[in-house]
Ligand binder design. Structure first.
Ligand code: SAM
Length: 266
C-alpha cells in the first residue's frame, strides 16, 4: 500500500509531543523488511473495487457534519478520496468536487462516479499534503479513513485546515483499521505490535495545531467481512495458507464497528 506507515513522508518535522507520539505509534505498524521481502503480493495496495461509493449514501454523522458545513450549497475537496464515498454522500448541496488520492486507479473510480452522478469534478493525483497547492481550496474538506495511513500527521492536518474555507470533516476508526489483525501477526510471524494510535491521539495532534474539533462517536451499520484471502495477503502469506488464516480468524474477536467523526470550523 502506498500508505505504508513504515514509509514516512518527507518533512517529519513538527515536534509537538502528540505529533511525535502519533508518528512513533504509526511507525510501529509497518511491516519488517524481512517479512515484506517474502510477501508474494503487495500487502498494502487497496483494491479500488472495494471502494466504490454506494448508489444510496449511508446516513452517517460524518455526512451530517459535512451537510451542516455546506449549508445548502458549496464545493468539496475529498482527500484520500478512494471511490468518493465521503463526497458523493453530499449530492444535492455539492456543487463541484475535487478528489485527491495517491492511488491513480482510485481516481479513475472517483471520476467515473462523478460522471455517473452528473457532478463537476477534478482529480489530483499524489500524496497529501504534497499536492495541496494543486488541489486548491474548497468550501468543505472531507477526509475519511486516511489518518491511519499517515505518519507525519501535523502537516497533513494543517493542510486540510488551510484548504477549507468553512470547515473540515474527518472520519476515522478509534484505532488503526488493521489493529484487529495484531493477534494473527503474532501467530503467523511472531511479530508483536505496539498499541495502535487512536482517535484521541489524532485529537491531541489537532490540539497542538490550535484546533479543538467536535467529536461524534457512532457505529457503522455494516461490519466488514473477514475475507480470508484478503487477510492472507495483508499478512504477507501465500494464498495456499488462506485455509489456516480462515481457521485463525475464527479465534479472534470480530472487527469492531465503532467510528468517530471529527468536525472543525476554519
Ligand atoms: C481506506 S481508503 C479510504 C477511501 C475513502 N476516503 C473512503 O472512505 O472510502 C484510503 C485512501 O486514501 C488514500 N491515501 C492514503 N494516504 C494518502 C495521502 N497521504 N495522500 C493522498 N491519498 C492518500 C489511499 O490511496 C486510499 O485511496
Amino acid at each position: 500500500m502506498t500508505g505504508d506507515p513504515a514509509r514516512p513522508g518527507p518533512g517529519l518535522g513538527r515536534t509537538g509531543a502528540a505529533a511525535r507520539r502519533w508518528a512513533e505509534l504509526q511507525s510501529g505498524r509497518g511491516i519488517p523488511p524481512e517479512i515484506l521481502a517474502g510477501a508474494p503480493a503487495d500487502p498494502w495496495t487497496h483494491d479500488p473495487r472495494d471502494f466504490r461509493a454506494p448508489d444510496v449514501a449511508a446516513d452517517t454523522p460524518s455526512r451530517d457534519a459535512a451537510l451542516e458545513l455546506l449549508d445548502g450549497a458549496g464545493t468539496v475537496l475529498d482527500v484520500g478520496c478512494g471511490g468518493g464515498d465521503a463526497a458523493f454522500a453530499l449530492l444535492g448541496p455539492l456543487t463541484r468536487v475535487t478528489g485527491a488520492d495517491q492511488q491513480a486507479d482510485m481516481l479513475d473510480v472517483f471520476a467515473a462516479g462523478a460522471r455517473e452522478r452528473g457532478v463537476a469534478c477534478a482529480t489530483v493525483h499524489g500524496r497529501w499534503p504534497d499536492v495541496a497547492a494543486r488541489a486548491g481550496a474548497a468550501d468543505v474538506v472531507v477526509c475519511h479513513h486516511v489518518l491511519h495511513n499517515v505518519v507525519d500527521l501535523a502537516p497533513f492536518l494543517g493542510a486540510l485546515t488551510a484548504a477549507a474555507r468553512r470547515g473540515v470533516v474527518v472520519e476515522m476508526l478509534p484505532e488503526h483499521p488493521l489493529a484487529w489483525l495484531d493477534p494473527l501477526w503474532a501467530r503467523f510471524h511472531d511479530l508483536h505490535r505496539p498499541p495502535s494510535a487512536t482517535h484521541r491521539d489524532a485529537i491531541a495532534v489537532l490540539g497542538e495545531l490550535g484546533v479543538v474539533p467536535q467529536v461524534r462517536h457512532w457505529q457503522r451499520a455494516r461490519r466488514h467481512p473477514h475475507d480470508p484471502a484478503w487477510v492472507t495477503r495483508r499478512l504477507c502469506l501465500p494464498p495456499e495458507r488462506s485455509g489456516e488464516v480462515d481457521a485463525a480468524l475464527a479465534e479472534i474477536p470480530m472487527r469492531g464497528r465503532d467510528a468517530v467523526t471529527l468536525l472543525w470550523h476554519t
